[in-house]
Design a binder for this molecule. Structure first.
Ligand SMILES: *Cc1c(COP(=O)(O)O)cnc(C)c1O
Length: 423
């Protein structure tokens, strides 16, 4: 069915989209919050490794009347009427995701990265099964066995670590733990591991013990899309990811898998763990996958990594202890202890200066480090020269060589020269 037939109209349709003035008239209190948040995002240095700036096209899809549509089920097999056009949107998202990542099957409905992981576990595991994943103290995600999360409550997680000296995954330890505990699934992926993951090594270990391999690639998936990081798709039985983070789409998740698991994954998403799909978000995912397939996005992904390398080198030169000695990705973990600060205090001091980032676990001990990423600043158009400035500024703030007013002035210069949204 054509778009015209399905919509029942011919001729020009005037798009209804975000009407900020309508919001301001109706609800000035909330409008102020939105404007303030936009100003905050555009005027501070955004170094949170999981964040990025979506395109105006992605925002337009998110703010469209597709948000009104109920669509339980999958394209061509819905539990609601009137799904002909949102089916087209979801099929586009699925086909684009499959092409982008070379996957047999894509489910683009998970509401978040955590829901994608939940669906993967629901498809492959039974409550009480043993799962081997990177331990939370080493950068495992909540869904990798936290006692505060469904994963830790319903499954028996065993954690592998990283080498306390090098900060690198010790594949021999993973192998030994797999042989000892015979897990039903092996999970690779992290919220703070700055290096490429050796998916072939994980596959080999999983095969030795007959375990499923689940790659939770939320962080590097945007780099994979741009050809700047190795892909888990040829190795893992199931790949979970977010569509935000480096991938620069709307907040949401997806699951990729081979044809043999397609039906189990789809049923694990709907109806097992979710209800109606969010069609505006799925349309925005389609837009983002389209963007990620362009040469411009490949150049972006390469620049994200180049920027992270320069920033990591800059921080190391300033005396911070950079975990693993550097990075292969958008992500940097650095211990500010050599400057006499613990991670949480350092984060607070930087926030007051207009530099926004997270803390993270460190390979050794209880203290926390700083986690930074270059996805957002690279979207803004910043390059290596700006990364050198940011590294020096960050260290100067931590050493209290500049006050907050001076630091904020430099942040303002950078963000005004590289606005995330040009109007
Ligand atoms: C970000 C992330 C998630 C969760 O994504 P949400 O959308 O916040 O639920 C899961 N696993 C890993 C490894 C992540 O980095």
């Amino acid at each position: 069915m054509s778009v015209t037939e399905a919509s029942g109209v011919s001729g020009v349709v005037r798009p209804v989209g975000p009407d900020f003035e309508a919001l301001r008239r109706q609800d000035p209190e909330l409008a102020e919050v939105l404007l303030g948040e936009q100003a905050r995002q555009c005027s501070a240095l955004q170094l949170i490794a999981a964040e990025n700036f979506t395109s105006p096209a992605v925002l337009a899809a998110l703010g469209s009347p597709l948000a009104n549509k109920y669509a339980e089920g999958y394209p061509g097999a819905r539990h609601h009427g009137g799904c002909e056009l949102v089916d087209v949107a979801e099929r586009l998202a699925i086909e684009r995701a499959k092409a982008l990542f070379g996957a047999d099957h894509a489910n683009v409905q998970p509401h978040s990265g955590s829901s994608a992981v939940l669906a993967a576990y629901a498809a492959l595991l039974r409550p009480g099964d043993t799962v081997l994943a990177l331990g939370l103290p080493y950068g495992g995600h909540l869904t990798h066995g936290s006692p505060a999360n469904f994963s830790g409550r319903w499954f028996d997680f065993v954690g592998y670590g990283v080498d306390p000296e090098s900060g690198l995954i010790d594949y021999d330890q993973v192998d030994a733990l797999a042989r000892k505990h015979r897990p039903k699934a092996l999970v690779c992926g992290s919220i703070s591991y700055p290096r490429h993951i050796d998916y072939a090594a994980f596959r080999e270990i999983a095969d030795e013990v007959g375990a499923y391999l689940i790659a939770d690639a939320a962080h590097p998936m945007g780099l994979v899309a741009g050809g700047a990081a190795p892909s888990p798709v040829p190795y893992a039985d199931v790949v979970c990811a977010t569509t935000h983070k480096v991938l620069r789409g709307p907040r949401g998740g997806m699951v990729l898998c081979g044809a043999g698991l397609a039906e189990r994954i789809d049923r694990a998403v709907f109806p097992f763990t979710q209800g109606g799909a969010q069609m505006h978000t799925i349309a925005a995912k389609a837009v983002a996958f389209g963007e990620a397939a362009t040469p411009a996005f490949a150049a972006y992904a390469r620049q994200v990594v180049a920027n992270a390398r320069v920033l990591a080198d800059g921080l190391a030169a300033e005396g911070l202890a950079v975990t693993t000695g550097g990075t292969d990705t958008h992500l940097i973990c650095a211990d500010p202890a050599p400057l006499g600060l613990e991670g949480r205090a350092a984060r607070g001091r930087l926030a007051a200066a207009g530099i926004v980032l997270d803390t993270c676990a460190l390979p050794h001990g209880d203290a926390r480090g700083l986690r930074l990423g270059t996805a957002a600043v690279t979207t803004q158009g910043m390059g290596e020269a700006e990364m050198m400035r940011i590294g020096a500024l960050l260290a100067a703030v931590l050493r209290e060589e500049v006050d907050n007013r001076q630091a904020r002035e430099e942040v303002r210069e950078l963000t005004q020269a590289f606005p995330p949204y040009r109007s």
